[in-house]
Design a protein around this ligand. Sequence first.
Ligand code: ATP
Ligand code: MG
Length: 378
Amino acid sequence: MAVKDDVLAALGKVSSPEGAPLPATGKLSEIVATDGKVFFSITVDAAAVKLWESVRERAEAATRAVPGVKSVMVALTAERAGAPASSSAAGGKAAGPPPRPHRTGAAAAPSPAGIPGVAAIIAVASGKGGVGKSTTAVNLALALRDLGLKVGILDADIYGPSLPKLLAIREKPQTIGGTRLKPIERHGMAVMSIGFLIEEETPMIWRGPMVMSALTQMLREVEWGALDVMVVDMPPGTGDAQLTMAQQVPLKGAVIVSTPQDLALIDARRGIAMFRRVNVPVLGIVENMSTFICPQCGTRTDIFGHGGARAEAERLGVPFLGEVPLDIAIRENSDAGTPVVATAPDGPHAKCYRDIAARVRDGLQTASRPAPKIVIEA
Ligand SMILES: Nc1ncnc2c1ncn2[C@@H]1O[C@H](COP(=O)(O)OP(=O)(O)OP(=O)(O)O)[C@@H](O)[C@H]1O
Ligand SMILES: [Mg+2]
């Protein structure tokens, strides 16, 4: 808490292009400070980005000089829809505009800049919470790794990050050169989560621009290195975070996770519609928590029904990627940070995930991103 106050006091000596103290401009986000790692964003009008770049630099320098601060990340976030990202965004300094959806008619969106060295980025998503996105994302990433690909995994769930738990990661990422972060290496994958930077109990009260800048920083200010695939574990829903990902990241495709029953499928449909609206190809649907096979007697019970996702995939004309059974071993391993694909690579579950991964890999080879054009209905 003290560091946060000291940072705020230091920022009081940094003035805006108009000469006002930075905290008085209303452009400063909440300041997040944990273990000497500080980050915040400055959200300005896109037309004024150039004027504010030096403010960002001075804010960063002032923060770094605060006793107890070990590393600083400050994002300059532009607030305007429809304009191309400022050239400095590609250099990782500015977060680029988080375009608000146009409410009237169609608009050409900026073509999102790629992440240097990352060949393909895929989102694992669903409209609904708790259907197993994170579990699927982790095991899918491991299965892609088993297919010989160099894989990274990014936790885009800013509100409820899961990767620290699912991969049993407690260490903090190191910084490189003061500002860029090194992802954590786990099971041969590069891993990044906002959960590495904040304590588990910290309430996640993020303001809109903060969500945007945290995401863009985790994408652009992390040394991902050369990756064949980056798997992004999405938060539930079709809100700001999804739109940011879809608009600011050149997603090669989306994998939709659903349980077999109608209720979850309705949300999966919403997720699919959202990715289609922002021209991200849907690589297919995974039916998670499909058939349950009793470990005692071997009886098969379709707790949430069975086959709903396959039928829905057919109806929507998207590939069906496969089924993952509802199994205590998946849950226990997932929650213990020992994902089944890593700990039981010869078991039946690992095979399920590898089959899904092979279909995803094949889908990636054919998926091509159509010309960027965003049409969001009023
Ligand atoms: N196939 C499965 N069999 C048994 N348990 C599973 C399976 N898939 C996921 N689970 C369990 O279900 C719970 C929710 O899974 P998970 O956290 O992956 O869902 P999520 O969709 O990412 O949730 P959220 O929307 O909160 O991000 C976890 O306890 C997980 O271990
Ligand atoms: Mg999750």
